[in-house]
Ligand binder design. Structure first.
Ligand SMILES: Cc1ncc(C[n+]2csc(CCOP(=O)(O)OP(=O)(O)O)c2C)c(N)n1
Length: 557
């Protein structure tokens, strides 16, 4: 039997009709009628997460694993506000969450009764649609309720794919479960215009191919795609491609390649026409290099159709999903192939990337975070079966850009450190692949509630890079001279993960040197287990910094 709240029943019917298959649900009484319905309908798989901040990121992890929107359902009050970081990250990743919040009846909002804070519009500009459902008393209100839910569920799949918020006021009594069938509801459909290929070809692609020094920059892409990877590989013979492991798996070492360009020759590598596809870039060197190319024509492929002027001289935007644009460019390359066209600029970049790759491969870092990431990436080759790797922000993802030769998942939408562990945990629940999370200590201890979950399985594997502080701050010139540096900026601490692991039933192993690291990695990557495994790698921040500097000095030679 379903509950007798009409707005909740309309919502349940429409979620199913719009193909929503997963929900992360958080405990509470006001949202219990919604959770009851999800469980009752049998079409929506529910995953319980108590801490709402983790819950939002769990939902994002599941959404990334399944490439489909996931709902997250919370009770009234501050529960909702705790979802904000995940809502923002998901919006900037074009993997919007469907936030469903239970609320007190509208008449009671702001009346100094428990949890009566104003929930409407709580996420401001971080959602593309925010609706407040009526508690219907007549057909007009039923029609309104249906329309609002449809609007929100269409918006989460529309261009830009931002998060949406559905606020559901529910009056007492809350727990009367006496409705046999969900209502039949109208499902509004939407067709989104595909890219106007002809205009794109005429205005942008033709000029890309006519340019002397054409380049395609690929920022973060919100899902893994071998088709995109293969297409870019073919295109790279004709157009210079710069990308990072957060966009495609092929390692192009963009950040390091730019470091290797000698001071006398940067103009040889400067493009005169750029197409920028995808979202954010990790490499600061790349962004600052391209910001100097003020004469180049720059077109961005923007999924949300908005101007994001990353290189500060954007010519125009094309509203499209990345793959559609890449396919159009690929078809041009394939047509040209027949006439065997080559491009000197593309060749120059391929050579630069190749020589950088050589330099990276011969450098052997001594024991440090860098050595740990290099060894981890090597150990992936020995795994039978499928795996996915999530890197947390800060130094971890920067190391990934050096050593990862595969697609990398990362919370790069808004670059927070709080959700990486929860995203990986949520992802691991929605897949049977091994899911690795490589994470720094502040990010780990910040997000450790992610491990407090009974649904976690043995496929979650964590390599915790513990240098007892925010190591990234060591790389910021001048900051170390501040008296506040150690305690107040880097947040130096003495915590380790042993207690967290014991408490949450996670197998715990440690490494303090290269030998223990290599042994630990064998366990982390090849052991079959019923529970998650965590390898804690202890290093010193001064040594981590020294090794990175030694590496950069070597590759610049
Ligand atoms: C939610 C949030 N709070 C603060 C920051 C600022 N911040 C960026 S990196 C960083 C330190 C991260 O330390 P750790 O996870 O140990 O990684 P490491 O720097 O050692 O690689 C902080 C606090 C942030 N990005 N997100």
């Amino acid at each position: 039997m379903f509950g007798n709240k009409e707005n909740v029943n309309i919502l349940t019917t429409l979620l199913i009709a719009h193909g929503i298959k997963r929900a992360v649900v958080c405990p509470g009484s006001r949202n219990a009628p919604i959770v009851h319905n999800f469980n009752e309908c049998g079409a929506i798989e529910c995953c319980p997460v108590t801490d709402e901040r983790c819950a939002g990121f769990y939902a994002l992890g599941m959404s990334l694993a399944c490439d489909a929107p996931v709902a997250v359902c919370v009770t009234s009050g501050t529960a909702l506000l705790n979802l904000a970081p995940a809502v923002a990250e998901a919006s900037y990743r074009h993997h919007g969450l469907i936030v469903i919040s239970a609320d007190r009846p509208t008449a009671w909002i702001g009346q100094l009764d428990g949890q009566t804070l104003n929930q409407q519009g709580a996420f401001g500009c971080f959602v593309s649609k925010s609706v407040n459902l009526p508690e219907p008393h007549n057909n007009e209100e039923r029609w309104q309720c249906n329309r609002l839910v449809n609007e929100a569920l269409l918006a989460v799949k529309a261009c830009g794919r931002m998060s949406v918020h559905i606020n559901v006021p529910i009056s007492e009594p809350l727990f009367e479960f006496d409705v046999k069938h969900l209502p039949q509801e109208r499902v509004i459909k939407a067709i989104y215009p595909a890219l106007d290929i002809k205009t794109f070809e005429n205005i942008v692609v033709r000029n890309l191919f006519a340019a002397k020094k054409p380049m395609i920059v690929v920022g973060q892409l919100n899902h893994q795609s071998t088709e995109i990877e293969k297409s870019l590989e073919t295109i790279s013979r004709r157009i210079a491609i710069v990308s990072e492991p957060l966009s495609v798996g092929t390692q192009r070492l963009t950040d390091l390649a730019i470091a290797c360009i000698s001071e006398s020759e940067p103009s040889n590598y400067t493009p005169d026409f750029i197409i920028y596809i995808g979202d954010t870039l990790v490499s600061k060197r790349l962004k600052s290099f391209l910001r100097k190319t003020q004469d180049a024509e720059i077109w961005a492929i923007a999924e949300d159709g908005e101007v994001h002027d990353t290189f500060m001289c954007q010519t125009g935007i094309v509203e499209s999903r990345p793959y559609e644009a890449i396919l159009t460019i690929l078809s041009y390359v394939n047509n040209e192939k027949k006439s065997n066209q080559k491009n000197e600029f593309a060749r120059l970049w391929l050579e630069l990337i190749d020589s950088t790759r050589q330099k990276v491969s011969v450098f052997t870092p001594s024991y440090s975070q860098m050595a740990a990431v290099k060894a981890f990436e090597h150990s992936l080759a020995k795994i039978d079966g499928k795996w996915q790797v999530h890197y947390a922000n800060s130094n971890a993802v920067r190391m990934a850009c050096i050593y990862a030769d595969h697609y990398v998942w990362c919370d790069r939408g808004v670059n927070g450190i709080e959700g990486s562990l929860s995203v990986a945990a949520g992802f691991s629940i929605a897949t049977d692949d091994l899911v690795f999370c490589i994470i720094g200590d502040l990010s780990f201890f910040y997000g450790q509630n992610a491990l407090w979950n009974t649904k976690l399985k043995g496929n979650l594997r964590i390599m915790l890079l513990n240098n007892h502080c925010g190591g990234i701050f060591y790389s910021l010139k001048g900051l170390k001279e501040s008296d506040a540096f150690d305690q107040l900026v880097t947040a130096r601490h003495t915590t380790d993960a042993r207690g967290t692991c014991i408490q949450n039933g996670i197998r715990y192993i440690t490494a303090h040197n290269l030998e223990e690291l290599n042994e630990g990695l064998v366990t982390l990557t090849t052991t079959k287990a019923d529970c998650p495994i965590l390898l804690e790698v202890f290093t010193e921040p001064e040594e981590d910094k020294r090794v990175i500097k030694e590496f950069i000095d070597k590759i610049k030679q």
